[in-house]
Design a protein around this ligand. Structure first.
Ligand SMILES: Cc1cc2nc3c(=O)[nH]c(=O)nc-3n(C[C@H](O)[C@H](O)[C@H](O)COP(=O)(O)O)c2cc1C
Length: 217
């Protein structure tokens, strides 16, 4: 698969088959993430892969925390966003509508239940950065995450980045005995998509090029 096809075909998948993913494929995907560029080649990322019983143990703890605390998604979503951005999320909602209504969830619950794809996928990846780094280094980690998502796509695997799990960083650190020096930035669900699931029954669109590109000439 060429890179442009991988970029066009990738989408966030929220329901997975039980089919296991080989260790070889997982390693290849993470190795590809590690090929991303970073400032002075610091490679400030780390990827923690959980699967099997360890993933189930983590999922169990996160589900409990989510039931107890019910953190809702997206810092900033509580306040009204500027029109430009709120209209983008409305468009995403419209694209998701069949999948959302067929799962019987509201939009927010649907996105929050994306964390369920984290529990339900055979592989749950935790992305961390060392706290010694300033916020600008999140950019480097974001690049590596992009590489990871595209490499997975090229291998026939699907993914869903899950920001919501950061709300339960303490529980994750506890279950995985992470060092306090590690900051959790993102979760990523990975596995083979269940193409028959209503939760996967849509594809979000994107803004026109003229909305995101400015020429100075
Ligand atoms: C940093 C980040 C955090 C995200 N967090 C969640 C999440 O918590 N739950 C979820 O269902 N989707 C989450 N997503 C997926 C977005 O909803 C999705 O990327 C967006 O709607 C565009 O759709 P697409 O990925 O299918 O192209 C996240 C994506 C990113 C990049």
């Amino acid at each position: 698969m060429d890179i442009f096809s991988a970029m066009k075909e990738r989408r966030s998948v929220r329901a997975y088959q039980e089919k296991p993913v080989s260790r070889k494929d997982i390693e290849a995907v993470i190795a590809s993430a590690g090929l991303a560029p970073s400032a002075i080649n610091l490679q400030p990322w780390e990827f923690i892969v959980t699967y099997g019983e360890e993933k189930d143990r983590l999922a169990h703890r996160l589900k409990k925390a989510h039931r107890e605390r019910q953190v809702s998604c997206g810092p900033g979503t509580a306040k009204p966003l500027p029109h430009k951005y709120s209209s983008r999320s409305r468009k995403a909602l419209a694209a998701m509508e069949p999948g959302v209504s067929r799962t019987g969830l509201s939009f927010n619950r649907f996105i929050e239940d994306g964390s369920c794809s984290f529990y339900g996928a055979p592989i749950a990846i935790i992305v961390t950065i060392d706290r010694i780094f300033p916020a600008i280094r999140y950019l480097d980690v974001g690049l590596a995450v992009s590489y990871l998502l595209l490499a997975a796509q090229a291998k026939g695997l699907s993914t869903c980045p899950i920001g919501l799990i950061v709300a339960y960083a303490d529980e994750i650190a506890d279950v995985l005995t992470l060092s306090p020096e590690k900051e959790i930035l993102l979760g990523i669900a990975m596995g083979y998509a269940d193409e028959t699931a209503p939760a996967n029954d849509f594809k979000t669109g994107r803004e026109e090029l003229s909305e995101i590109l400015r020429w100075y000439e």
